[in-house]
Structures are given as structure tokens and as C-alpha cells.
Design a protein around this ligand. Structure first.
Ligand code: ATP
Length: 351
């Protein structure tokens, strides 16, 4: 990992609106680089669905190797209606997450200025979900038997390891310490009787004596709490499946999919981490120049922070928040600005 003022970032703009929002965020980061005196070398990777149509795969055979000496991966979106999700997901995103041990998926959730939450206006939402990203319920262990017969069956094993839970919990504990000191652990130890009590035990060991207040909450009750009392939540740590579902729920509560970012982190920085918006390729609006670039910009801010450029990261979030607060908004937020108009306003706010 490069800790200097020069950063090498692989850009996979990918499909649909990924091609529109990624250059918008890159433009902002280039402005910040000049202002803060660092340097970014962008390595463009034309991978994704077009690549699949030509080569029968989402990225080159040595794609992982090509990315391995970079400092970060900046991803737009991959996915297209005519290619099954299993190809786009397992051909690109999942190999990157697993090969680079991006064992944390981080999703900050906040109601931004100009975004209307479906919740009552007096509800504060400012939380971060720390999702375990490489094991748990999304394992490849299992199989199908007796296909097509009345006896057909499917088995899928969850895999939880002490090492995997410990490192996710340790990351969440550190994050909670840097925020309010409160950590909520998502569990289901009443119904899932082997893996979830183990999850609870390991989280308790890691959090013990760390100076954070830990409450564990059953996932069903926690889902309700995200809607009813989001202000009572700050940092949430959850397994792969629970974290996945909670992230979308919390994102919906925050008002718009177009503004939500996520980071797939390898915290020890042995491998590149990957930063992307939560939204997909949005084929319904792709090519029209109306996509909201805020999710991609916020993902870019998380990337800058990870690269050690915290003040540039703070400038970027402040800039898009200022623009949103001023009333310049894309269509999904009830405005009329195009991607280009919104981006130019952010660039102007940065200057
Ligand atoms: P995919 O299969 O790639 O996930 P999708 O269309 O199923 O694509 P999203 O891309 O997340 O899922 O889009 C869901 C809805 O939200 C669509 O109607 C889309 O237009 C809208 N949307 C998503 N991202 C944005 C954005 N950045 N700006 C405006 N609208 C967006």
C-alpha cells in the first residue's frame, strides 16, 4: 500500500449510469488533488457487460493480478438486463471482494440536505453499518440433489470463523470508539442456534474492555428499530446476510438510493479496497445524463479518507452537501439538474 501523496486507482466505470457518475466523481477528485497537493493516477479498466459480450467473461483472466498493485478500486456499477446477475456478480465483484480480502463492507447512512426521508421529519438518521463481507451466509458450501424430482433438495451451509467474526467486530469497535462509543450487534441467536450464539460470543470477547457500550439485538427487532428509532443507532455490526438486508433498509430510510455509498475494505491495507455507490446500473435512466452522482462522489470521499486524504474527503462531502442544500438537485431528488450541471456545481463549490 502506497502511503505517499501519489495514489494509483483502478477505475471500473462498468455499465449503465456507472459510465456517467464515475467520471463525475473523478472530476471532483482531480480538482481536490490539485488543491490538496496529492496526485492520482487513474487506470481505466473497460470491464463489465460489454467486455462480457466480447470475451465471455466480466474481466480478463488476470484481472485480479492487474488490480493487485493499485491502491484502490473505484467502481461504478456492473449489471445489465440481458446478462444474468450471477455472471456479473460472481465474475467481477465477488472475486474482487474475496481475493483482496475485503472483509468489511461499510455503509454510512445519513439523511442529506434536500433528501426527504420517508420517516417523520423529526427522526435523526446518522449511522454506519459494518457488514462482514467474505464469509457467513454467502458461502459456496452446499449443493443441489435430485434435480427435477419430487425429492429435489438444496443445502447451503453458513460458514462463520472466529478469525472472520473477530476482525469484523474489531473494525466495528474501533469505529464505534471514534464516534459515539455505542455498538449494536445484529444477531438471531434464538432461532439460529449454532452460528449466531458463536457470533455473539466472539463479538463479546472482542468488545470486552474496549470501552464501547455493546447491545445485541435480534435482527427482526433491529429491522423495526431502524425504522422506528434510527436515532438510537450509531454503529451496527452484522453478518454478511443481515448486513446486506439492513444496509438496504437503512438506505431506504435515508431517502434515496442515488446518494448512498459503500466501501469494501481490506483494513490492514495488504490489498486494494474497493469503493462504489450502492445503486446499480439503473438501465431505465442510463444514457440520459440525469443520474445522481452523489453516491459515487460520497464513495470517492470514503476512498480519499482510506488513502490518507481525510481533509480532501471532508471537502468533497461538504461540497456536495452545500450544493444539495442550495437546491441544485437531480431528478430523483425532485430537482431538474443534469448529472453534468450538478457536478459542475460541486466543482464550483470546491473552488
Ligand atoms: P441493477 O440490476 O444494476 O442493480 P436496477 O435498476 O435493478 O439495476 P438500481 O440501478 O439500483 O437497480 O436502480 C433502482 C432504481 O433507482 C431505478 O429506477 C434507478 O433509475 C434509480 N436510481 C438508481 N441509482 C440512481 C441514481 N444515481 N440517480 C438517479 N436514479 C437512480
Amino acid at each position: 500500500m502506497n502511503t505517499s501523496m501519489s495514489h494509483v486507482v483502478d477505475v471500473i466505470a462498468g455499465d449503465g449510469i456507472g459510465q456517467e457518475v464515475t467520471p463525475a466523481a473523478v472530476r471532483c477528485i482531480d480538482v481536490l488533488a490539485v488543491r490538496h497537493g496529492f496526485d492520482v493516477t487513474w487506470r481505466d479498466r473497460p470491464w463489465g457487460s460489454d467486455y462480457f459480450r466480447k470475451h465471455g467473461r466480466m474481466m480478463p483472466v488476470d484481472g485480479i493480478e492487474q488490480l493487485s498493485d493499485g491502491d484502490a478500486i473505484f467502481l461504478g456499477a456492473v449489471g445489465t438486463p440481458d446478462i444474468p446477475d450471477v455472471e456479473t456478480l460472481w465474475g467481477l465483484l465477488i472475486p474482487i471482494r474475496r481475493e483482496f480480502l475485503q472483509y468489511i463492507n461499510l455503509r454510512p447512512v445519513r439523511v442529506l440536505p434536500g433528501v426527504t426521508s420517508p420517516l417523520r421529519a423529526d427522526k435523526q438518521v446518522d449511522l454506519v453499518i459494518v457488514r462482514e463481507n467474505v464469509e457467513g451466509e454467502y458461502s459456496e458450501v452446499g449443493g443441489r440433489l435430485y434435480r427435477g424430482l419430487p425429492e429435489e433438495m438444496a443445502v447451503q451451509e453458513s460458514v462463520f470463523t472466529r478469525a472472520g467474526i473477530s476482525r469484523a467486530a474489531a473494525y466495528a469497535v474501533d469505529l464505534a470508539r471514534s464516534r459515539s462509543g455505542r455498538l449494536t450487534s445484529a444477531t438471531k441467536s434464538n432461532g439460529i442456534i449454532h452460528t449466531m450464539p458463536f457470533w455473539d460470543e466472539v463479538v463479546a470477547v472482542i468488545a470486552g474492555g474496549a470501552g464501547v457500550e455493546v447491545d445485541k439485538e435480534l435482527i427482526d427487532a433491529l429491522a423495526a428499530r431502524v425504522v422506528l428509532r434510527p436515532e438510537s443507532l450509531d454503529v451496527i455490526v452484522a453478518s454478511n446476510l443481515f448486513g446486506d438486508i439492513l444496509s438496504d433498509l437503512a438506505g431506504a430510510v435515508a431517502g434515496s438510493i442515488g446518494v448512498a455509498p459503500s466501501a469494501n475494505l481490506n483494513p490492514p491495507k495488504d490489498h486494494p479496497s474497493m469503493f462504489e455507490p450502492v445503486h446499480g446500473s439503473a438501465p431505465d435512466i442510463a444514457g440520459k445524463g440525469v443520474a445522481n452522482p452523489v453516491g459515487q462522489m460520497w464513495a470517492g470521499a470514503m476512498m480519499l479518507e482510506h488513502l490518507g486524504q481525510a481533509s480532501a474527503a471532508a471537502d468533497l462531502t461538504a461540497a456536495f452537501e452545500t450544493v444539495l442544500a442550495s437546491g441544485t438537485r437531480t431528478r430523483d431528488l425532485g430537482g431538474t439538474a443534469t448529472t453534468e450541471e450538478f457536478t459542475s456545481a460541486v466543482v464550483a463549490a470546491l473552488a
